[in-house]
Write a protein that binds this ligand. Structure first.
Ligand SMILES: Nc1ncnc2c1ncn2[C@@H]1O[C@H](COP(=O)(O)OP(=O)(O)OP(=O)(O)O)[C@@H](O)[C@H]1O
Ligand SMILES: O=C(O)c1ccc[n+]([C@@H]2O[C@H](COP(=O)([O-])O)[C@@H](O)[C@H]2O)c1
Length: 203
């Protein structure tokens, strides 16, 4: 039987894309023996404000520039599938790409709030999940409702190469090197730089 390709899925706003996205994607390729990581640039995170959200085309361009790797693929697949909620997107992907195994990737901040996502438990039952640690979120993430609800399905990090072959629910918390970068910080820095330029023009 033909080997199924192993694909990590990193959904995100990418407003803008940054080194943290690339870092966990490259780590995921290695830890989980993946063939590719697909970046699913979300048209609009249902829980985030539209204020300050750059147009999808701008965020895709930012993701393409940042990814710059032959095994990271940037996609607007939620536009093409017509989905807005992750549970719907993943159900369609699993159904459409029968020749692939999928692994959902996310940072620890999203484990904290995933129980507010639409049909979040279906996501745990649909495919394995890898959560990457993120500064300030470690304890909140491991104490979060989702971590507690699925505690008995958490695998040891040392079994990372088996995760994508394991039937869902199965998830792992990766104590990967912490990377403090965030899109929020990048936007704040850009806004400050713009304010300084505006002040300089007034003088
Ligand atoms: N530095 C990081 N370490 C680990 N995971 C990260 C990091 N940055 C982003 N991620 C994860 O990548 C995915 C997409 O993140 P997103 O595009 O929202 O970036 P962000 O920096 O979290 O943005 P914002 O600050 O606007 O919320 C999410 O699952 C997020 O948790
Ligand atoms: O499906 C939901 O209800 C849902 C709610 C919040 C976030 N998500 C998804 O979570 C992923 C990470 O979002 P973000 O904005 O933290 O990068 C992205 O793919 C979003 O579409 C999904």
């Amino acid at each position: 039987m033909k080997r199924r390709r192993k694909i990590g899925l990193l959904g995100g706003s990418f407003n803008p894309a940054h080194e943290g996205h690339r870092d966990i994607s490259l780590a995921a390729l290695a830890y989980f023996g993946l063939d590719e990581v697909w970046w699913l640039v979300a048209p609009q995170n249902p829980l985030k404000s539209t204020d300050g959200m750059a147009p999808l085309a701008t965020r895709i361009a930012s993701a393409q520039a940042k990814a710059a790797h032959p095994r990271i693929r940037v996609t607007d697949i939620e536009i093409r599938l017509g989905t807005r909620f992750t549970a719907d997107t993943l159900a369609k992907l699993v159904d459409l790409y029968r020749d692939c195994r999928f692994l959902w990737l996310m940072g620890a901040d999203n484990l904290v709030q995933i129980d507010h996502w639409k049909n979040w438990q279906q996501i745990f039952h649909l495919l394995p999940i890898a959560v990457f640690d993120r500064p300030t979120y470690t304890y909140r993430a491991l104490a979060a409702k989702a971590a507690r609800r699925f505690a008995k399905f958490r695998l040891r990090e040392s079994a990372s190469l088996e995760l994508i072959e394991t039937s869902a629910p199965a998830w792992m918390f990766m104590h990967h090197r912490l990377n403090p970068i965030s899109a929020t910080a990048i936007r704040a820095e850009a806004a400050q730089a713009e304010a300084r330029r505006a002040a300089a023009r007034r003088h």
